[in-house]
Ligand binder design. Structure first.
Ligand code: ADP
Length: 261
């Protein structure tokens, strides 16, 4: 409990700082990206100079995506919660990432066709999934299997035996599982710490899982991570179903009149 509180305070302070800096930094990046685009255009027929301009642009794009993470972390984005089917987010996010997976990583989906709806900001949910997929990819430099699955689960039964903090009820479960390098216990214990990373400079800022944690908490959900060195990692995200009324059952309407009110 005390540890969680400390973590939460820590994240709030870092979040405020990060939010302010990210905004300033974003403005600078916009200028860098603009000028490097111009450079690339005018240097089109000077091969090596054009190459430098392209490098500036690539690095600036990388920095921009880090800033996005910072902003997400600081939660300064305007949230637009919607009632949505997580399966659609899975498809959209995988489309964004597919080209960076290479042919060594096999993508396997097991998506529940009658998935219960949740209420969340689709961009936030994309961010959650993207961070998990990127971590899975980075854990499998030699290739492997990246499984994504969705399911409806009742947390009433699982509750007793698990440490989950989510209140009882029915949940949508999103699972991302890899056959990568897995984690040692000392890494496991620091996972959600802002700026904790084992990746090389420029590859990770250590905000991915802190962002995931924040978003899941904000949506009254929970997260469960299992990992073993050399065996792989499985991350479960639980998000509460919206009220029964919006269950995604696409049955034809019965002839009888529904009671009104
Ligand atoms: P980043 O990806 O920027 O390092 P994260 O907060 O997403 O930040 O992850 C923190 C650390 O947790 C990673 O650097 C890595 O050591 C470990 N990690 C996260 N996901 C996985 C995974 N699927 N397999 C192995 N290690 C992981």
């Amino acid at each position: 409990q005390g540890e969680q509180l400390r973590q939460a305070r820590n994240m709030e302070t870092v979040g405020q700082l990060a939010g302010g800096m990210a905004h300033e930094f974003n403005n600078l990046l916009t200028a860098i990206l603009g000028y490097s685009d111009l450079l690339q255009k005018y240097l089109a027929n000077m091969a090596h100079l054009h190459g430098y301009a392209k490098q500036i642009s690539d690095v600036a794009h990388q920095a921009a995506s880090l800033v996005q993470q910072l902003l997400a972390f600081a939660r300064q984005q305007v949230l637009k919660p919607q009632i949505l089917n997580c399966n659609n987010i899975v498809h959209e996010t995988q489309d964004m990432l597919r080209s960076s997976l290479g042919d060594q990583i096999e993508l396997i989906n097991h998506l529940e066709p009658h998935l219960g709806l949740i209420e969340a900001d689709p961009i936030q949910l994309q961010q959650v999934l993207l961070n998990l997929l990127v971590n899975a990819r980075d854990a499998m430099p030699e290739g492997g299997k990246l499984r994504v699955s969705t399911a409806n689960v009742d947390l009433n039964e699982r509750h007793q035996e698990r440490y989950l903090n989510a209140p009882p009820g029915t949940y949508m479960r999103l699972t991302v599982s890899d056959t990568g390098e897995g984690m040692e216990p000392d890494v496991m214990s620091r996972l959600f710490e802002p700026f904790f990373t084992t990746k090389e400079v420029g590859k990770g800022m250590g905000l991915g899982l802190a962002v995931v944690y924040g978003i899941v908490q904000q949506n009254r959900g929970d997260i469960e991570i299992r990992s073993a060195p050399a065996a792989g990692t499985t991350v479960h995200i639980y998000l509460p179903h919206v009220a029964r009324a919006s269950e995604p059952v696409a049955l034809p309407k019965p002839a009888a009149e529904a009671p009104s009110g």
